[in-house]
Write a protein that binds this ligand. Structure first.
Ligand code: NAD
Ligand code: TDX
Length: 332
């Protein structure tokens, strides 16, 4: 039986990944999570105690990290400050968690020679023009825009340096925008779904032409499991499901699903430095490791996500008013 330490496992993607791993392997999982505003015990509440444990702690805590890493066969590192808007308002915790936290984990996996998989984002590559035929690949130069993406880019470079300099057994994946259950209401799709459940209007930044490349979170989990099992040490894999859509198109899809007019949204203050377009070419992962996404139909994935938010109001309601108050102060 393999033992896996999952950092940030009480967050959106981490909790979905833990559920995916428990369903598809015999692994025992330990989650290390600080339970910031973005982490929730409730997201892990239904998991079997015999195969799963939650340790509440900080990835910057070198003593705790060293002890936990030494007790596991592999580490999958999701923990991060993840929201671009927060990184513009208050970047300090992004440097602490995303850079110093990743450094702390790397020192522990180096000491104990433990397999490490680092979760990152397509935002490290900057953005593309709307009419650019190019998509990001593993060789696209790094060019991050926001404090969030700069700290993620820095964390990727730390991993690459620890591989080359110290022979750490690590892989990196850079994924596009995820959607699905258990995503915090600060993020685009859950914010708009919960606005619509409350009978309010979606809020679209700027002119809404910005494009994101959407992937269902369960497809991200499957890709990470594939890389953990079959990935080549030192390699980077891009994860994406050919899901490019403008923010206006996504909002129209949500409004239609609620029986509202597709243009019935408010335009609000744009995000500073707002990246225009992300697009992933995931052919390396598909060709070399045989991965393929399962959620081909965005409308079906959105319908089941809306259903989840309707049925799990007790999960998101406590965060909704504080999140909207924060956006209100920013004119968003
Ligand atoms: P999230 O904000 O929902 O969850 C982050 C989790 O990390 C939370 O449970 C939080 O409590 C925990 N955490 C934060 N600081 C910590 C610390 N110092 N020590 C321990 N735990 C800490 O984020 P998410 O959207 O699930 O993203 C997870 C990872 O995936 C991040 O590394 C992010 O950069 C990456 N990613 C996200 C997306 C996306 O669309 N959301 C896309 C690509 C990559
Ligand atoms: O209310 C909103 N209105 C709006 O138009 C919000 C919250 C967002 N937006 C726009 C901004 C982006 O163009 O929607 C798009 C998506 O926004 P976010 O959900 O904040 O995601 P993004 O900034 O694209 O980053 C996400 O994908 C990459 C994750 O939050 C990151 O963690 C990941 O690395």
């Amino acid at each position: 039986m393999r033992t896996v330490l999952v950092t940030g496992g009480a967050g959106f993607i981490g909790s979905n990944f833990v559920r995916h791993l428990l369903a598809h392997t015999d692994d025992h999982v330990t989650v290390l999570d600080k339970l910031t505003y973005a982490g929730s015990r409730q997201s892990l509440a239904d998991l079997p105690e015999t195969r799963f444990e939650l340790v509440v702690g900080d990835i910057v805590d070198a003593h705790l990290v060293d002890q936990l890493v030494g007790e596991h066969d592999a580490v999958v590192h999701f923990a991060a400050e993840s929201h671009n808007d927060n990184s513009l308002a208050s970047p300090r915790s992004f440097v602490d968690t995303n850079l110093v936290g990743t450094f702390t984990l790397l020192e522990a996996v180096r000491k104990h020679d433990v397999r490490f998989h680092h979760i990152s984002t397509d935002e490290v590559y900057g953005d593309l023009d709307l009419d650019d035929p190019a998509r990001f690949t593993e060789t696209t130069p790094y060019n991050p825009s926001s404090p969030y993406s700069a700290t993620k880019a820095g964390s990727d470079l730390l991993v690459a340096a620890w591989v080359r300099s110290f022979g750490v057994r690590a892989t990196i994946s850079n994924c596009s925008n995820n959607y699905g259950p258990f995503q915090h209401v600060e993020k685009f799709i859950p914010r708009q779904i919960t606005q619509l459940i409350d009978g309010l209007k979606p809020h679209v930044y700027g002119d809404g032409r910005n494009v994101r490349d959407w992937i269902h979170v369960d497809d991200h989990s499957g890709a990470v499991m594939t890389i953990l099992d079959k990935g080549v040490m030192g390699e980077t894999y891009l994860i994406g499901a050919d899901g490019e859509m403008s923010n206006r198109e996504v909002v129209a899809e949500l409004l239609t699903a609620f029986g509202r007019e597709p243009e019935d949204y408010e335009t609000v203050t744009d995000r500073a430095g707002h990246d225009l377009r992300y697009a992933i070419d995931s052919s390396k992962l598909r060709r070399e490791l045989g991965w393929a996404p399962k959620y081909a139909d965005f409308s079906a994935g959105i319908a089941s996500t809306i259903e989840w938010y309707r049925e799990n109001e007790s999960w998101w309601r406590p965060s909704k008013s504080a999140t909207e108050a924060m956006y209100g102060r920013q004119g968003k």
